[in-house]
Write a protein that binds this ligand. Structure first.
Ligand code: AMP
Ligand code: MG
Length: 412
């Protein structure tokens, strides 16, 4: 059994970044950028109107009111996508729609609401005074050509996808997705939707793994529940070692008589880097490599499996995909946390903001078989080993589950 930090360092050493590939922007959701995205033009690209209205010269509007409107000669129309090349002189104006280029000679926009309105007449009445630049979106006011828009290592979300579209990028260079195999072991496991016989339970772990893997951005290419027999394990694992970047198992790595997973890994020539880590839950964690494939053998208890994936597999997948490392977050305990003498202790928990501070508390159900403890949770809390319980007001590491929001004010 080795300390948590030592085990982390061992995994870190085995991680290497995957190659990059080109993907279409419409398929880039969740992918991680393999290069900076740079603005190839300023934004806005040209001075344009922020309102539907009239492009005028500010000097021509001096003194204009509802009671004493000023009449301007209408020269042309500038619409979004159809700019006018007419240049206006004093006393003239051009109808100018939102997003349309500001015509030459104009230096401000009068909203249509402050005029006698759009018409085919030769003149329009302007009813307010304006100043230069009003309602004009200036070229480059948002971004300059050459500015870095999004940094390498960023995960693509709607904000990044929209920004890339704004700057005309139809394709992006992203890191390849790790190909992964997930499997569960146990003669007791039955797939949801089928009937249970005495002593059987439903396989939940692979459903959790599959969703976590998809959320991390990996591609599950092999998935199976395998009986506790060496032959079936061998067949699945030898194929997974050939085809996958990462193998993740649940169950079968403890001290039970039928826990064969580790034995089969060894028979297949896998190098064991460690087995058993000073952590709770999830002590019998196996980590090995074989044929450039990383292997994480997580224990079968559902909470151990879930937390094990988030603490061990998720960061490994992100690192392989070139994701920039997230900074560790700490919160202040609102309830005591049951620290362990020699083990790193993990529990699902809740974190929320109170008085501008991140406050947190562990879930009330703490058994490693109690998966429902994750339902209300939005984070995993973890404490380093220590002599006594961590008390209210003390700091603790918070691993926010990225798909759950931060609660504000109070917790359920
Ligand atoms: P093991 O690590 O194989 O000793 O399993 C530990 C506990 O987790 C046992 O109670 C198993 O029945 C349970 N378990 C193992 N695999 C799964 C799974 N895929 N889904 C839900 N529970 C599981
Ligand atoms: Mg088992």
């Amino acid at each position: 059994m080795i300390p948590f930090k030592e085990a982390k360092a061992i995994v870190q050493k085995q991680l290497s970044q995957l190659d990059s590939e080109l993907v279409q922007l419409k398929k880039a959701s969740g992918r991680i950028l393999a290069e900076n995205v740079v603005a190839s033009f300023p934004s806005p690209r040209f001075d344009n109107s922020a309102m539907d209205g009239f492009a005028v010269r500010a000097n021509d509007t001096i003194g204009a009111t509802k009671e004493n409107p000023i009449s301007l000669k209408m020269m042309s129309v500038s619409a979004a996508g159809m700019p006018s090349d007419v240049e206006i002189s004093p006393g003239e104006c051009i109808q100018c729609m939102t997003g349309a280029a500001i015509p030459k000679g104009a230096d401000t926009i009068i909203m249509v609401e402050d005029s006698s309105g759009f018409s085919d007449d030769d003149t329009v009445q302007i009813m307010v005074e304006s100043h230069r630049g009003k309602h004009i979106r200036r070229m480059g006011e948002e971004m300059n050509e050459g500015d870095i828009l999004i940094k390498k290592g960023t995960r693509m979300t709607p904000s990044e996808i929209g920004t890339c579209a704004t700057f005309g990028l139809g394709e992006l260079t992203v890191f390849k997705r790790p190909k992964i195999a997930i499997f569960g072991t146990g003669n007791e496991l039955v797939e949801p939707g089928f009937e249970l016989k005495d002593g059987q339970i439903y396989n939940s772990n692979l459903f959790v793994f599959a969703d976590l893997a998809a959320k991390a951005g990996a591609e599950v290419i092999m998935r199976n529940v395998i009986k506790d027999d060496k032959e079936s394990l061998r067949a699945f694992l030898s194929e997974a070692l050939e085809t996958c970047d990462v193998i993740i198992s649940s169950g079968g790595v403890s001290m039970g008589r039928f826990d064969y997973v580790r034995d089969v890994f060894m028979e297949l020539g896998v190098t064991e880097h460690f087995w058993k880590v000073e952590q709770k839950p999830g002590k019998p964690l196996f980590f090995g490599t074989g044929n450039d494939t990383l292997i994480f053998g997580l224990p079968g208890n559902p909470v151990s499996s879930y937390i094990g994936f988030m603490e061990w597999v998720w960061p490994a997948l992100e690192s392989m995909m070139g994701k920039s490392e997230s900074k560790p977050i700490t919160g202040i305990l609102a309830e005591p946390f049951p620290r362990e003498k020699v083990k790193t202790r993990f529990l699902f928990g809740n974190a929320w903001i109170k008085n501008n501070q991140l406050v947190c508390k562990p879930a009330s159900k703490i058994g490693s078989h109690m998966l429902t403890s994750s339902l209300e949770a939005n984070c995993i809390l973890s404490s380093e080993p220590g002599e006594s319980v961590l008390q209210v007001g003390q700091k603790i590491r918070v691993n926010l589950l990225p798909w759950k929001g931060l609660k504000s004010g109070k917790v359920l």
